[in-house]
Design a protein around this ligand. Structure first.
Ligand SMILES: Nc1ncnc2c1ncn2[C@@H]1O[C@H](COP(=O)(O)OP(=O)(O)O)[C@@H](O)[C@H]1O
Ligand SMILES: [Mg+2]
Length: 435
C-alpha cells in the first residue's frame, strides 16, 4: 500500500460528435464504401452522399466514422458552405488541411496558400476549377460538410448560383479529380439541395437515419459501461435497464451512460429498484429537455395535433405525406400553411422521413409519449381548443388506426371521448366495452 487512493480517470462523455464506441450503420457505411469505389474507378460518376436526420440521431458520428474508414486511401477535408461558394475559400481550405495533415504534401499546400495563387484562382476560376488546380491527379479527396441544412439559409442562398454549380459539378463527376462530397444535415437537407437546383442524388447516396437497433444500442451502452467502471458481473443487468430507457436513440444512449457513470463513481453494484428509479428520473429530465428543445417555437395547436395523432392513429404509426398534410391542415386555411408546418417539423426533428418507405413518423417512442402528455396538459387548461381540433381531425383520420394503442393520459382520454373519437378499442373499460 502506498497510501494513495487511485481515482479512475473517466473518459469525457459528450452527447454530440464523433463516437468513442461506434456501433451499427452497416448499410450506410457499405453504401459509402461502394460510392468511394465507384468514384475512384470512374471519376465521371456522381459523388455526393447525404446523411440526414433529426438532431442526436448520429449524423456527425457517422460522417466521422465513414471518413475514418476511408482515411487510408482518401484525404479528408472538412469544409463550410463558403468553400462551395468561393474558389479562394476552397483553395485555402484544401491548403490548410494539407499543410496541417500531410507533410509530404507541404509543397502543394504552400502553393495553394500563397496570396498570388489565391488571386489567380479568384480571378479566373470556379470552385471546381480550384479543385482541379489545387489537387494532384492522384489525390483522392472526401469533402465533408456537416450541418449542410445551412445551404438553405438566406445568407448562403445569396450565393446560390455559385453553390449550385459546384454541387452540380461535383455530384455529376465534372471535377476532373476524384472528389466525393459527404454531407450531413437535418431532415430538410435534401429539400435544401433541391431548392439549390440539385434535382436528385444517385441511388444509395441518400440516407435518412433512424435510431439504432436493439443489439447495436445495447453494444453502445455495454462498451460505455465497461469504460466508466461497471463491474463485469453486473454488466448485463445494467445494459438492459439503460437500453430500455434510451429507446435506441444515440443521444439518449450517451446520456444514459453519463448518468450511470455518476452512479459507478459512488458504488458499482447490480441495479437496485431504488437506483433504477433515480436513474430513470435523471434520464427522464434530460429527455424532457431534449424534447422541449425540439418543440420550441411550435404553436400549441401543432403540439395538440401531433398528440392527438399518436392518441388516435397509434404509437409507432407511419403516415403518408398527404395524410400528415391533411392533419396539419385542420388549423391552416391553405395547403401552403400545412406544407410549411410539415417542413418546420422535419427541420426540428419532431417528424422524420422513414428511410425505407418514404412515409413520415415521429422518430422516438418517448417523444410520442411526450407529445401525448403535452396535448393532455393543454386539454386540462383549454379543453375547448383540444375538442375542436379533435373533431376536425376525426374527419381527416376516419378509420386510420395503424400503430399500437398507447396508454392515454386521463385528460386526453376524456376530451377524445367528448369529440366522438372514442377511446381506442383496447383501452375501453369493461362498461364501455359492453355498451
Ligand atoms: N452509431 C453510433 N454508435 C455509438 N454512438 C453514437 C452513434 N451515433 C451517434 N452516437 C453518439 O450519440 C451522440 C449524438 O450523435 P451526433 O452524431 O452528435 O448526432 P447528430 O449529429 O445527428 O446531432 C454523440 O455523442 C455520438 O457520439
Ligand atoms: Mg451533428
Amino acid at each position: 500500500m502506498d497510501g494513495h487512493i487511485k481515482i479512475p480517470i473517466l473518459p469525457r462523455i459528450r452527447d454530440r460528435g464523433p463516437a468513442r464506441h461506434f456501433h451499427g450503420r452497416t448499410d450506410q457505411r457499405a453504401s459509402f464504401v461502394r460510392v468511394l469505389g465507384g468514384a475512384k474507378n470512374d471519376p465521371g460518376r456522381g459523388t455526393t452522399f447525404l446523411v440526414q436526420g433529426p438532431p442526436g440521431v448520429g449524423k456527425t458520428a457517422l460522417l466521422h466514422k465513414m471518413a475514418q474508414d476511408a482515411a487510408g486511401e482518401w484525404d479528408v477535408v472538412h469544409i463550410k458552405p463558403a468553400a462551395l461558394e468561393s474558389p479562394v475559400v476552397m483553395a485555402q481550405t484544401l491548403g490548410k488541411t494539407y499543410v496541417a495533415n500531410r507533410e509530404e504534401n507541404f509543397k502543394a499546400g504552400a502553393k495553394i496558400l500563397e496570396t498570388g495563387f489565391a488571386k489567380q484562382i479568384a480571378g479566373t476560376q470556379t470552385v471546381v476549377g480550384a479543385l482541379r488546380d489545387c489537387l494532384n491527379p492522384r489525390d483522392n479527396v472526401i469533402l465533408v460538410l456537416d450541418e449542410a441544412q445551412h445551404l438553405a439559409n438566406p445568407s448562403v442562398r445569396a450565393a446560390e448560383a455559385a453553390i449550385r454549380d459546384a454541387l452540380d459539378d461535383i455530384t455529376n463527376g465534372r471535377t476532373e479529380r476524384k472528389v466525393v462530397l459527404l454531407l450531413g444535415g437535418l431532415g430538410n437537407t435534401e429539400s435544401a439541395l433541391e431548392q439549390m437546383g440539385l434535382s436528385r442524388l444517385e441511388r444509395n447516396c441518400l440516407h435518412n437515419l433512424k435510431g439504432l437497433h436493439g443489439n447495436e444500442a445495447r453494444n453502445v451502452i455495454g462498451d460505455w459501461l465497461v469504460d466508466v467502471g461497471c463491474a463485469a458481473e453486473h454488466l448485463a443487468s445494467w445494459v438492459s435497464v439503460l437500453a430500455d430507457l434510451a429507446d435506441g436513440w444515440p443521444q439518449h444512449l450517451i446520456v444514459c451512460a453519463a448518468v450511470a457513470a455518476e452512479k459507478f463513481s459512488e458504488h458499482s453494484s447490480a441495479p437496485t429498484p431504488e437506483v433504477i428509479r433515480e436513474i430513470r428520473d435523471k434520464v427522464g429530465k434530460e429527455k424532457e429537455t431534449y424534447y422541449r428543445q425540439r418543440q420550441k417555437g411550435l404553436a400549441t395547436e401543432i403540439i395538440v395535433i401531433l398528440g392527438l395523432l399518436v392518441a388516435y392513429a397509434g404509437a409507432g404509426c407511419h403516415y403518408a405525406r398527404s395524410r400528415l398534410l391533411s392533419a396539419l391542415g385542420v388549423i391552416h386555411k391553405d395547403d401552403v400553411g400545412a406544407e410549411s408546418a410539415l417542413a418546420i417539423l422535419i427541420k426540428k426533428g419532431v417528424v422524420a422521413e422513414h428511410a425505407d418507405d418514404a412515409l413520415y413518423y415521429i422518430p422516438i417512442p418517448s417523444m410520442e409519449r411526450h407529445l401525448l402528455e403535452q396535448a393532455s396538459r393543454v386539454a386540462a387548461y383549454d379543453p375547448g381548443l383540444v375538442l375542436s381540433i379533435a373533431r376536425k381531425l376525426l374527419l381527416v383520420l376516419a378509420d386510420y388506426r395503424q400503430g399500437h394503442t398507447p396508454q392515454l393520459p386521463t385528460q386526453l382520454r376524456r376530451v377524445l371521448g367528448d369529440a366522438g373519437m372514442g377511446t381506442p378499442p383496447r383501452q375501453r373499460g369493461p362498461l364501455e366495452a359492453e355498451g
